[in-house]
Design a protein around this ligand. Structure first.
Ligand code: GLU
Length: 433
């Protein structure tokens, strides 16, 4: 079983989507199920509606999953297992106040050391615990030995007990902390491979320690994916980069198939540059993904998006553009010469259908032509239409072509009118209004 475990705390980041896609591909390759676990136990950071948004995005990318869980629904297991650990003296109640912990943190900072819990409450007697009338957290005792694991991309890791520390597993309100809930859930859900971002590497030994303490022996395989850098700035793609938000990319008119293609292509060796996720399942090898940070280059994504738009069936493209006519799909593809996204193609098509009142510098010619075109019979062919208006208006050269292009397309330049005309000829009534 594999899982994608997003936190509903903000817009879905392309790094998260990459994680979801890799989990999806690997689950298909291993013939194992994929589940979605919404990690909603950090109530203060949850944002209403973000869970639905994440699921909608997974739908847009055709990432199918077997079932959906909310981590908060497992609270009773998190608490029960914490009690088990306390009974076995593998965890303890910690009454240290936030102020005291802040002091310890300050001291450590002054000494240039990393902050670690000082173990004050670790050996309190049961009587003392019972008689202490104060809020408490539950901490797991740090391990006695080093925790080692192998990451499929990054190789071997070895963490000393000091690095793992006696960390909090239940907060004062008895809700679980991230590492604890995640470790317990991966165990309860029988996860075999965890694929996630490299920001979680240092969490992994803590999660392994929780499961070891609970007596769980199954070894989970780990893959931590490198962070994504903005190719233009060389810095981490942060929330401040618009393009880091999947929602933003979709709103800009990047096709999900193109975004998915790029996220698999990035920092990877692939047999072809343009492919679908279904094709990638045939040849993808997670161990071939580059260990170093992937560079997100929006210009490359624009190129891939154009290729995916080209591959779309014309009727399908037309529907995405808000029409139901294969000719408009063809028209959209003509605009790929100068547009790379659905939004940009729409911006090219819109002026064609926008009423035009005049053409700067050619006001008289414009009126004459418009009147002529409104009365003209229907012509299949642009050459015939051209001949007709020339004869009727006596206009020629620039005086004909400038206003004619403007009336038919709403702009001064662009692809050949003879290419555009056959695709919009059935809308002339609307166009020349
Ligand atoms: N909820 C975590 C996140 O969104 C992921 C945890 C995990 O995959 O283990 O970063």
């Amino acid at each position: 079983m594999l899982r994608f475990a997003p936190s509903p705390t903000g817009d879905m980041h392309i790094g998260n989507l990459r994680v979801a896609i890799f989990n999806y591909i690997v689950s298909k390759q291993l013939n194992e199920d994929l589940i979605i676990r919404i990690e909603d136990t950090d109530l203060e950071r949850n944002i209403e509606g973000k869970d639905k948004e994440i699921l909608e995005i997974l739908g847009l990318f055709s990432i199918e999953y077997k079932s959906l869980f909310y981590q908060s629904a497992n609270l009773k297991y998190h608490q029960k297992m914490a009690l088990q650990l306390m009974t076995q003296k593998k965890a303890f109640a910690c009454f240290c106040s936030d102020d005291k912990l802040d002091e310890l943190r300050e001291e450590a900072k002054k000494e240039g050391k990393p902050f670690r819990y000082d173990g004050f409450c670790e050996n309190l007697s049961d009587e003392t615990v019972l008689n202490t009338n104060a809020p408490f957290t539950v901490r797991i005792k740090k391990p006695e030995h080093n925790i080692k694991f192998t990451d499929l991309l990054k190789g071997d890791f070895d963490y000393a007990p000091f690095d793992i520390d006696s960390f909090i597993i239940l907060r004062q309100d008895k809700t679980p902390t991230y590492n604890y809930a995640c470790a317990v859930d991966d165990m309860l859900m029988d996860i075999s491979v965890v694929i996630r971002g490299e920001d979680h590497v240092s969490n992994t030994p803590k999660q392994i320690h929780v499961r070891n303490s609970l007596g769980y022996e199954k070894e989970i395989k780990y893959v931590h994916l490198p962070i994504i850098l903005n190719a233009q700035t060389g810095k981490k793609m942060s929330k401040r980069d618009d393009a880091s938000s999947v929602k933003w990319l979709i709103e800009q008119g990047f096709l999900p198939s193109a975004i998915a293609n790029y996220l698999v292509l990035m920092g990877n060796k692939t047999p072809t540059e343009i492919f679908t996720l279904e094709e990638a399942i045939e040849w993808f090898k997670i161990e071939n993904v580059s260990k170093s940070s992937a560079k997100f280059d929006i210009d490359k994504l624009r190129f891939i998006n154009r290729k995916h738009i080209e591959l779309l069936d014309e009727m399908r493209l037309s529907k995405i553009l808000g029409f139901a006519d294969a000719d408009i799909g063809k028209l959209g593809k003509i605009f790929l010469e100068e547009a790379s996204t659905i939004k940009e193609i729409k911006e090219k098509i819109e002026p064609i259908f926008t009423p035009k009142n005049s053409c700067e510098g050619f006001e008289e010619e414009f009126s004459k032509l418009k009147e002529c075109l409104q009365k003209a019979p229907f012509f299949e062919d642009y050459e015939e239409l051209k001949k007709y208006v020339m004869e009727q208006t006596g206009l020629k050269g620039k005086n004909l072509f400038k206003p004619l292009r403007y009336i038919l397309t709403g702009v001064d330049n662009g692809p050949n009118i003879s290419d555009i005309y056959p695709l919009v000829k059935n809308y002339l009534g609307e166009i020349i209004k």
